[in-house]
Design a binder for this molecule. Structure first.
Ligand code: B12
Ligand code: SF4
Ligand code: SF4
Length: 230
């Protein structure tokens, strides 16, 4: 079996504004999805974006698609990451695949990340402004080695006042987790325009990763998808 071409994969992803986000070799006794051969995968490489890195490529592709295409970001991600998988002997999967694959659990292991009080994972550089668009499953180990856990310098531990828990008009983030219905009701209401067009106020209140805040068009896109309006 050919060695995995890490540089080639990173370059192919970067062409679309995507980033190889780190990977893990699966243990022998783990329940894992099939790799390209159909046998249990030996490794997974996460693919995602930081800030608005994908927006130019995605927007250009979307302009060529029929208006009203459902879940366009998922569709674009499947096309692009599927193409990279075919080129480099991997099998592509999506965070939207059912049953849901444990993307956040994989990311915690691959990148040493930990959750923020918002539920989404906190990145020491990107803050809360990053996500996963897919993953590449392989039949061979990646051999990337252990990643240092973020536990010793998790930005949320040092964050005084935790402004991300204070900006939401309906207090949707708290110790009990995420009050999904309360959030959705607000975002869909006439008084929820700031969230609907500018993005989650709690997420925007986070002081980490300001340079990676999503551009206004991207904020509005994600919120429309969340509110079922895209
Ligand atoms: C269902 C879902 C939702 C649902 C419900 C979320 C929920 N809190 O239950 C809804 C629609 C509400 C939602 C909303 C959003 N989501 Co969502 N969602 C998912 C999805 C598709 C499945 C989650 C799941 O159940 N996975 C199955 C389990 C088995 O996977 P897992 O990795 O093991 O999940 C574990 C960890 O998440 C962990 N965990 C979660 N929180 C915490 C906290 C602590 C303290 C610990 C220890 C562990 C832990 O426990 C989970 C269960 O074992 C994932 C994609 C995916 N496939 O994971 C995205 C995902 C989690 N969502 C994501 C995002 C960005 C959002 C939104 C911000 C999107 C938006 N703009 O509207 C909002 C914000 C929600 C919020 N404030 O929490 C991102 C998070 C990226 C990141 N930086 O971490 C993901 C990974 C998708 C992606 N494309 O990257 N989401
Ligand atoms: S505001 Fe503070 S606690 Fe909240 S996500 Fe940002 S760094 Fe973490
Ligand atoms: S999107 Fe708006 S309503 Fe929902 S959690 Fe964020 S601030 Fe609250």
């Amino acid at each position: 079996m050919d060695a995995i071409d890490h540089h080639g994969i990173a370059a192919a992803l970067a062409f679309h504004g995507l980033i190889a986000r780190g990977g893990i070799d699966f243990g022998k006794d783990e329940a894992v999805p099939p790799g390209p051969s159909g046998a249990p995968a030996r490794a997974v490489l996460l693919v995602g974006h930081a800030g608005s890195s994908i927006w130019p490529a995605f927007a250009a592709w979307r302009a060529t698609q029929p208006a009203g295409l459902p879940d366009p970001l998922d569709a674009w991600s499947r096309v692009v990451i599927g193409g990279v998988a075919a080129r480099f002997g991997a099998r592509a999967v999506s965070p939207s695949d059912r049953p849901w694959l444990p993307f956040q659990a994989w990311a915690m292991r691959a990148e040493g990340l930990r959750p923020s009080p918002l539920g989404i994972l906190m990145h020491p550089v990107f803050g809360p402004w990053h996500a996963y668009r897919g993953a590449l499953l392989f039949d061979a180990p990646l051999g990337l080695g252990q990643v240092e856990p973020q536990s010793k310098h998790h930005p949320c531990d040092a964050c005084i006042g935790k402004p991300c828990l204070k900006a939401c008009p309906v207090g949707a983030h708290g110790e009990a987790g995420f009050a999904y219905e309360a959030c959705l009701g607000h975002v869909r209401s006439p008084v929820g325009k700031s969230c609907a067009s500018g993005g989650c106020l709690d997420r925007r209140a986070c002081p980490v990763g300001h340079a990676y805040r999503y551009a206004p068009e991207q904020q509005a896109f994600h919120m429309a998808a969340f509110a079922g309006r895209s």
